[in-house]
Design a protein around this ligand. Structure first.
Ligand SMILES: [Zn+2]
Length: 334
């Protein structure tokens, strides 16, 4: 039996392998060869069996040792290959997110009002009763303030609450600044509402306030028309309907010509041609007094618009629940 010759052959082959796959093939081949030798042993004399048996065992050990060593070398090499950084290779595409539709609308609204000379002011979402109600002339027995069930306000501990409108920011600003004032305050508001296609417990508003010596409803109408024209990128008609808010006098609801049908009448505007866009009015003298501003010297208008509502109108979104659904199919459209 030419074990020694075979041994040299195997070791040479192992040395020459260049890949792990090749090495495994050579190793298997060698194992088969050893098996053949072992089978041949049976036909030999005891003396020869001892001699060749020893040689076969040595070959087996040597083979395994060399196999392991070579395997390690080859594995190291593959690793190095993987770590090699090719600067010329095309990069992996980075997935970029996009702005939420409400953020897009908020940014656009801010941009327009800033160009009309308004300052952007932010206020806290957790409010006290003074800023959310009392200072706005909303009396303690007003249904909005009901702690138990009738009211729509989320109360927190120690008479704190989640603001139910952005009008609280008007108060905070007027307490600290002297007129003339020209601000808009975008932000989230919170109301205890049953959630359906048009109601959410959390939505966005945009509050506006303009105070000066001679401000009238005409100024409000002009600003609003200019804003809507730029926002919807077309001529918009607005209509003021008498209404009641404790913090303005007179008060009115602001309707805009339907963006879907252009005023002809459709399902969205309930065939009226008009869509509610918000509330407005001339700041109530008591609200001025609460903020230590003299109502005989100063006057102004305030308004609140639903930013979430504007977003739905601008992008023709039929259901308010899409906004917080986290559904990428919805969000990727903006
Ligand atoms: Zn319509």
């Amino acid at each position: 039996m030419e074990i020694k010759k075979e041994k040299a052959k195997i070791l040479k082959k192992i040395k020459e392998t260049k890949s792990l796959k090749e090495l495994d093939e050579v190793f298997k081949e060698a194992q088969n060869e050893i098996k053949n030798f072992t089978q041949k042993l049976k036909k030999l004399s005891l003396k020869q069996r001892k001699k060749f048996g020893k040689e076969i065992n040595e070959l087996k050990e040597k083979l395994e040792k060399e196999y392991r060593a070579k395997k390690q070398v080859l594995q190291e090499k593959t690793k190095e290959k993987k770590e090699f950084f090719d600067v010329t290779a095309p990069g992996k595409k980075i997935e970029l997110g996009s702005f939420h539709p409400i953020t897009l609308v908020k940014n656009r609204a801010e941009e327009i009002f800033q160009s009309l000379g308004f300052e952007i002011i932010l206020g806290p979402e957790i409010e006290d009763e003074w800023h959310n109600f009392d200072a706005l002339n909303i009396p303690p027995d007003h249904p909005a303030r009901d702690v138990l069930s009738l009211g729509k306000t989320f109360y927190l501990e120690e008479k704190k609450l989640m603001r139910s409108h952005t009008s609280s920011v008007q108060i905070r600003y007027m307490e600290k600044n002297n007129p003339p004032l020209k601000i808009v305050a975008p932000g989230k508001v919170f109301r205890k509402d049953a959630i359906d296609a048009t109601h959410e417990i959390e939505f966005w508003q945009l509050e506006g306030l303009m105070v000066d010596k001679k401000i009238s409803v005409a100024n409000f109408k002009a600003i609003m028309e200019e804003f809507l024209k730029r926002f919807f990128e077309k001529e918009m008609k607005i209509r003021l309907r008498p209404s009641y808010f404790p913090f303005t006098e007179p008060s009115f609801e602001v309707d805009i010509s339907c963006v879907i049908c252009g005023g002809k009448g459709c399902q969205t505007c309930k065939e009226s041609g008009w869509i509610e866009a918000g509330g407005a009015g001339m700041v109530h003298p008591q609200v001025f007094r609460n903020c230590k501003i003299d109502p005989k010297e100063w006057q102004g208008f305030a308004f609140g618009m639903g930013l979430t509502r504007l977003t739905m109108l601008k992008y023709k979104i039929p259901d308010i629940r899409y906004f917080h659904s986290g559904d990428l199919r919805f969000l990727k459209q903006f």
